[in-house]
Design a binder for this molecule. Sequence first.
Ligand code: SIN
Length: 291
Amino acid sequence: MNAVTHATRPAETHAIDDFEVIRVEANLGAEIRGLDLTGPVTDELADLLRSLLWEHQVLFFRNTGIDDAKQAEIGRIFGPPVADSIAKRRGVKDEDIIPFNTGPYSNGYYGTPWHADATYLETPYQVSILRSVIAPELGGDTAFSSGISAYEALPDEVKQKIESLDAIHRPNGKAYRLIDDEKELADYLDEYSGVAHPVVITHPFNGRKVLYVNEGFTKEVVGLPEDESKELLRTLTHQFYRPENIVRFKWQPGSLAIWDNRSVQHYGVADYGQAQRQLVRIVAQGDRPRR
Ligand code: SIN
């Protein structure tokens, strides 16, 4: 942990009188201490959380003491709630809050490959918020990797090559893992048959360039022969495995992570054996990613 910033705000509410922003890695991540999230979600708190998030890409909080309803209220700071695409087809409403049981990982769900949430949608989630309810003693971290530092470290000739390219995103890996029923699978794959997003996007709120392809959902680069597309995607997605771009978060009950799906990808680490791991996830709708 390094670079502690003590921040003092006007004493409009006790919740944001005094807090600390502790940067966790050089390229992304900040732990926020001393900010009470249990109180009213004021405009001032909303502005503060948005500006911290657009700056640090992923925010971590410990011992928040918040419940599902407060987490949902915090989610609305960033946009309207959205249900997962598979759950939605099964009747779950956008506002429903369903605890997300990821353990033991032998149940087949875990782990997740590197991905930003729901990039197979035209308007993928802007922000996701996970809160730990049950955490394994050891293991089950979530890792986050920055598309901003991944982009910045690319050689200039690669930046030039990719600046006007689009890539197709599909949820087929996720669908095969989570849907057993053949008809449901076929209908789902038909409904989410692929959407094109720019390979490099401009972040809508901080104007920074972001490498926007992910191992989980990005399937092909538009207009390139198959081999060339595969090779380029392999090179680009490998940037997200570089330790320089990664921060890793250990969960404890009550911990909260808020991440910006336009600037980071994440990975659920499947190393917790038979332990239970339960999280509550709230996501906020975003706009269409733009170059
Ligand atoms: C996810 O992949 O959306 C969740 C990550 C995790 O469970 O750590």
